[in-house]
Design a protein around this ligand. Structure first.
Ligand SMILES: *Cc1c(COP(=O)(O)O)cnc(C)c1O
Length: 367
């Protein structure tokens, strides 16, 4: 008997493991494993979602016109060069499939977002993971890793899961050092959370050439991961390619309506940024006071470094015992770390309390 065989490169892919949401035997679960935002969806987005119920028999606007106009107005960008997608993951997929392929290379940093690896292999690319320096993407090493077959360089800035931010000048230096025919994908899923003045999410480089793309999402600060809405800002030549291959109705009707409403919710981003900065600092400080290293983060999560995989596992178990689900980091080659989403004040406090109450994790393995 023989069965259909997928292309060999696909068998090298480990399926993406989403943040978990259940612990057997625990009633109250607090999910801090997917960076979903501390406040749930914006109320105006929920209302808009409900309002679309009577229109569900209609196909959505295939061009996401109102949403692109609203994004353009909000961020000062040309709507004609914005493309919306079913999450930014969908847009990353099209970019990597369209520009990668067998015989090409995709370059990313060693602890970069795992979807570049998965999608790159799907496209048939050889994925090159470049060592970082102190958990920060190393521009010189990335440029040195680029060869004649390199078609794509993918960089999350801020990076998930490390939280690291590459300053504006370093991103510019990366672009300047790449050949013009290499597509640079700047994934700015956490852009709204950044308070550092020395940051450009990518729009300047998109406008400056024909070969840089910025991706963004409604899944993080706008709390709409369940609806799947992301967007990209692209040079016209790259937008033309993605518009040829994307699904004609890729962003569904309630999602478009809710995202437009989310952008109009007064004070949502400001309140989220302020809460995040306050509790990222408080939670990080509490962990450091317990002897856990916390890597500097510019997103709505922290990377807690327990020094050994055994201690990280034991800490994870202590948290789980109280229904607190965080993200294990073995898939990112950081088995000694846990990534913890900044939740509400109470949720952050519960994380601290759990680790203070259960001393067992401290003994888990030698430090
Ligand atoms: C969450 C995340 C995404 C994916 O977001 P969606 O828009 O929900 O597909 C992309 N990149 C990074 C770095 C992320 O953390």
């Amino acid at each position: 008997m023989s069965a259909p065989l997928a292309r060999p490169s696909i068998l090298s892919i480990e399926a993406y493991a989403p943040g978990e949401s259940k612990v057997p035997g625990v009633n109250r679960i607090i999910k801090l494993s997917s960076n979903e935002g501390a406040f749930g969806p914006p109320p105006a987005a929920m209302q808009a979602f409900i309002t679309t119920a009577t229109e569900l028999h209609r196909y959505p606007d295939g061009g996401s016109t109102k949403l692109r106009d609203a994004i353009g107005a909000r961020f000062g960008l040309d709507p004609a060069r914005i493309i919306c997608g079913a999450g930014s993951d969908e847009l990353l997929l099209h970019l990597i499939m369209a520009f990668g392929g067998e015989g090409t290379e995709l370059v990313m940093s060693a602890h970069g977002f795992v979807m570049y690896d998965i999608t790159g292999r799907y496209a048939g690319c050889q994925v090159i993971k470049v060592p970082e320096r102190n958990l920060l993407a190393d521009v010189d090493a990335m440029l040195a890793a680029v060869g004649p077959r390199t078609k794509l360089v993918c960089l999350a800035n801020p990076n998930n899961p490390t939280g690291a931010l590459l300053p504006r000048a370093e991103v510019q230096r990366l672009r300047a050092g790449l050949r013009d025919d290499v597509l640079l994908v700047l994934d700015a899923a956490y852009a709204e959370y950044v308070t550092d003045a020395d940051y450009d999410a990518g729009a300047t480089l998109v406008d400056a050439g024909t070969n840089t793309v910025m991706t963004r999402t409604f899944s993080k600060i706008f709390g709409m991961g369940g609806l799947r809405v992301g967007w990209a800002y692209l040079p016209a030549n790259i937008a033309d390619i993605v518009n040829r291959v994307r699904g004609p109705f890729n962003v569904n009707l309630p999602a478009q309506a809710a995202a437009v409403a989310a952008l109009a919710e007064p004070g949502w981003v400001e309140r989220s940024v302020a809460h995040n900065a306050e509790w990222r600092g408080k939670l990080g400080g509490a962990l450091e006071a317990m002897g856990v290293k916390v890597w500097p983060s510019h997103g709505n999560f922290i990377l807690a470094d327990f020094a050994t995989a055994e201690r990280a596992k034991a800490a994870d178990a202590a948290l789980r015992g109280r229904g607190l689900i965080v993200r294990a980091m073995a898939a990112y080659d950081l088995p000694h770390c846990l990534r913890i989403t900044i939740g509400t004040a109470e949720e952050c406090q519960l994380v601290t309390d759990a680790l203070q109450a259960d001393a067992a994790w401290r003994a888990g393995g030698a430090v």
